[in-house]
Design a protein around this ligand. Structure first.
Ligand SMILES: Nc1ncnc2c1ncn2[C@@H]1O[C@H](COP(=O)(O)OP(=O)(O)OP(=O)(O)O)[C@@H](O)[C@H]1O
Ligand SMILES: [Mg+2]
Length: 244
């Protein structure tokens, strides 16, 4: 395994051309060591989501080089890219993006089934993950019968089912009230403690506070990149009790 989960060199994403040209991501260089929790903040439209999509292979860069676990991925064909995404990347979105007609456990096991895991093993793994996110008793519920916080925890379990190299989250608490936000923050804190590489785009200072590193973006570029002091035992718990 590479020391770096993700690496990017002069990564660019342009939209449109001429006077309508937007440099959503503008020559970004990035090294994310395995096990790091990286928070990315910045004003609306500065390119955070676009960068996350590029890193996870959901969108293709206009230029630049990209590696996952030391393996170059910017030149991969569609099928190879899709396979890499399934195996190595977990995504969590602000709006959950669960399949409405599938139960919690079916949502979580789906990416494992798509990756070729036998059904019984996929179901077992999905059950373990629902346990880990505190939703054992919701396994048979449809998303419509769950709260926002529960849905997001299902989405996190789903993102983890193929044991991704990196979990990419785009404003994971953006649609949640403060109690649900605390539950999701606790979950990310646990993942961080377990060594999961995390890249989290957020407007929430509390998420940034649990990160090892905070990057600030403006106009498609990094304007600040700071290492955070190692979270002291107990400091996280204190933080998570903020806000009611
Ligand atoms: N498909 C597209 N076509 C043209 N411009 C786009 C497209 N997608 C994004 N953009 C532009 O790229 C820039 C970056 O967008 P992006 O969604 O990455 O911002 P963001 O930082 O995630 O913002 P927010 O905090 O509001 O989610 C914006 O100026 C946006 O308008
Ligand atoms: Mg965004």
């Amino acid at each position: 395994m590479s020391r770096f989960a993700v690496q990017a060199r002069r990564l660019c994403k342009k939209h449109g051309d001429g006077p309508a040209l937007v440099r959503a991501v503008d020559e970004v260089n990035l090294d994310v060591p395995a096990g790091q929790t990286l928070a990315i903040m910045g004003p609306s439209g500065c390119g955070k989501s676009t960068l996350l999509h590029l890193l996870g292979g959901l969108e293709r860069a206009s230029a630049g080089k990209l590696w996952l676990d030391g393996r170059r991925i910017d030149g991969l064909g569609e099928r190879a890219l899709a396979r890499m995404r399934r195996r190595s990347v977990g995504f969590v979105f602000q709006a959950f993006h669960l399949a409405d007609e599938l139960t919690a456990v079916q949502n979580v096991e789906l990416p494992a089934l798509l990756a070729g895991v036998p059904p019984r093993a996929a179901r077992r793994r999905a059950g373990e993950l629902l346990d880990r996110v505190g939703l054992t008793d919701r396994a048979g519920h449809l998303p419509s019968a769950m709260s926002g916080g529960e849905r997001q925890r299902v989405a996190v379990a789903r993102a983890l089912v193929n044991e991704p190299l990196v979990l990419l989250a785009d404003e994971p608490t953006g649609n949640l009230d403060s109690a649900a936000t605390r539950a999701v923050l606790r979950l990310f804190g646990d993942l961080r403690a377990g060594g999961q590489t995390l890249v989290i785009v957020t407007h929430d200072e509390r998420i940034a506070a649990l990160a090892d590193r905070l990057i600030t973006m403006r106009d498609g570029a990094f304007v600040d990149d700071v290492r955070m002091p190692a979270a002291r035992p107990g400091s996280l718990g204190g933080l998570l009790n903020l806000g009611g």
